[in-house]
Design a protein around this ligand. Structure first.
Ligand code: ATP
Ligand code: MG
Length: 152
């Protein structure tokens, strides 16, 4: 269906803000208009990215969720200032069951499926997904979905 991309991101953010007292989910939106996609699946992807951002930033509280429109794509990014991902492991985090092991102070529970499922959903919806990260500084996960010409 057609849905307002920013509104869907905002709804998911508001749901997840209730799950954490420590972290502050900050919206940095620019107008993206409506996209034609599977709203529930896209919300699931945003949920996966935000729950990761919360889980993998145990010592910082800001998580910035941004949206923008660029070259006929609606883009959403989730930025945290947490543990980050080593350079040589970044390419693998979208693989099924792949997990980067935690540091000495922390073990983070999980199956290694969230990003795999998310990237499969985004591919099926005609989009793409990527990550920028610096170990010890934080990560930014983004996805882009095509915006059809005849928006309504
Ligand atoms: P789950 O299946 O519950 O989502 P998971 O969080 O371990 O388990 P993914 O969400 O697929 O699995 O993430 C894969 C791995 O990528 C994680 O185990 C973690 O090592 C790394 N990762 C994902 N998101 C982040 C992040 N925001 N910061 C640092 N590392 C991350
Ligand atoms: Mg996860």
């Amino acid at each position: 269906v057609w849905f307002d991309f920013n509104q869907a991101v905002k709804e998911t953010m508001d749901d997840l803000q209730h799950t954490t007292k420590k972290h502050k989910l900050v919206a940095d939106f620019t107008e993206t208009g409506h996209i034609y996609s599977d709203k529930d699946r896209i919300s699931q992807v945003i949920t996966n990215l935000i729950t990761n951002a919360i889980k993998y930033s145990p010592h910082t509280d800001q998580i910035i969720i941004s949206t923008r429109l660029k070259n006929n794509e609606a883009i959403a990014c989730v930025q945290d200032f947490g543990i980050g991902i080593p350079d040589n492991k970044k390419d693998r985090v979208f693989e099924q069951f792949y997990r980067v092991s935690g540091d000495k102070q922390h073990t983070f529970p999980g199956l290694g499926l969230g990003l795999y499922i998310s990237s499969e959903i985004i591919k099926r919806e005609g989009g793409r997904m990527w990550v920028n990260s610096v170990e010890g500084k934080g990560s930014t996960f983004c996805f882009a979905l095509p915006v059809e010409g005849n928006e309504q």
